[in-house]
Design a protein around this ligand. Structure first.
Ligand SMILES: Cc1cc2nc3c(=O)[nH]c(=O)nc-3n(C[C@H](O)[C@H](O)[C@H](O)COP(=O)(O)OP(=O)(O)OC[C@H]3O[C@@H](n4cnc5c(N)ncnc54)[C@H](O)[C@@H]3O)c2cc1C
Length: 347
């Protein structure tokens, strides 16, 4: 029987970052995932942004999560020899004079000064931004499918990627380890996103999943290096090709694109984007959001060597590097999990 340190179930952002953290600890792993097209990580736009600009708030734990985010992904770009992370700032379009005044004073405050620069200029002739915009520092985007595929294709012995479904009934739970098929593991980590409820070992953890949809458009307007946003974002992914989204719904939690979401996204975009465009693609996915909008990680009740990493909601890109590290330090170091993200809150 082959022995490994870790079994990781799920190869989205949570699972892949966990695998990388184990590599950094010189620990072996098997990463198991039935690769599907419409998982949250493969549908996501991949934007990271420390602000909730419309609500004039800094997002949860921003001061820890964002300053090193680009360098975390860049470290993997170097290792994998692939470019998938871009420092293109999100540019929040200021709507009116009141918002402009608010941002003029907020941008000097302790909370915001690290993240915001107010720009008193238009983004372009075809992007209505008469009151200017705020340039959000420490923001950007990651081409997540490219990142995940680069990582999975370069896993090599002694580590392994298995493209197959995990069956919780086939996991043999011993006192000191776990057996799955012909393999023996010291630890198991479940990173299954919204499928958390299909695994009897994690089904007590409640998510509040949110469906979201994204359009791909082609347009002659040339915007690069910035991601205009108000209501929806306009993310330039290659010359004249943009992703636009996203919306949130909490019913019909399937991966089927809907006409109503398409209309909602187009309406929001057309409020400020005045160039003609053609829709070339439309996808939907479901975010693994938690009720309290915090990640979920830590040791599971059923076994001291079983763990979970989940609950990234709409912030997978920024949460995965930081919280995968917290988890690997819980397993291999002497670090405790922060109380407000600890899975024990579901007891
Ligand atoms: C429309 C949309 C837009 C988004 N935009 C952004 C964005 O711009 N920025 C951002 O940071 N986040 C965004 N997100 C959120 C982001 O996608 C998630 O937070 C993140 O991808 C979650 O990663 P995860 O690994 O926890 O889950 P997932 O990506 O769902 O990965 C879970 C994996 O587990 C596998 N799995 C589950 N059960 C089994 C099983 N039994 N056997 C084998 N494999 C299994 C699945 O195949 C999947 O690959 C968006 C999400 C959506 C839907």
């Amino acid at each position: 029987m082959q022995k490994f340190d870790n079994l990781i179930v799920g190869a989205g952002l949570a699972g892949v970052w966990t695998a990388y953290r184990f590599m950094q600890e010189n620990k072996t792993f098997v990463l198991l995932d039935l690769k599907e097209k419409n998982t949250s990580s493969r549908v996501a736009a991949g934007i990271y942004n420390p602000l909730l600009a419309k609500r004039q708030k800094v997002s949860y734990n921003a001061k820890n999560l964002y300053p090193n985010l680009y360098s975390n992904y860049h470290e993997l770009e170097v290792l994998l020899q692939e470019k998938f992370c871009y420092k293109h700032h999100v540019s929040y379009i200021i709507e009116n004079l009141r918002e402009l005044n608010d941002w003029a004073s907020l941008s000097d405050s302790d909370w915001f000064s690290d993240f915001v620069r107010v720009k008193n200029e238009r983004i372009s002739d075809l992007v209505v931004s008469d009151f200017g915009y705020i340039d959000i520092l420490d923001s950007g985007w990651v081409d997540i499918p490219l990142f995940l595929d680069a990582f999975l294709s370069k896993i090599h012995a002694p580590n392994m990627f298995l493209n197959q479904a995990f069956d919780d009934n086939s996991l043999v739970v011993n006192q000191d380890n776990f057996q799955y098929e012909d393999f023996l593991f010291n630890h198991v980590v479940f990173c299954q996103g919204t499928a958390i409820d299909q695994n009897k070992y994690t089904s007590n953890i409640r998510l509040k999943p949110a469906k979201g949809e994204i359009l791909t458009i082609e347009s002659q307007e040339h915007l690069s290096q910035m991601i205009p946003q108000n209501g929806v974002f306009l993310l330039p992914v290659s010359e004249k090709k943009y992703k636009v989204g996203s919306n949130f719904t909490w019913d019909n939690l399937d991966n089927i694109p809907s006409e109503s979401a398409k209309l909602e996204i187009i309406q929001k975009l057309c409020k400020w984007y005045k160039a003609p465009f053609e829709i070339t693609n439309h996808v939907a996915g479901v975010r693994p959001s938690s009720l309290d909008r915090r990640p979920i990680l830590g040791r599971l009740d059923f076994h001291p060597k079983a763990f979970v990493l989940n609950g990234f909601g709409s912030k997978g890109v920024s949460h995965a590097p930081y919280y995968s590290k917290m988890l690997s330090r819980l397993i291999y170091g002497d670090v405790n999990v922060d109380k407000d993200v600890d899975v024990s809150r579901f007891k």
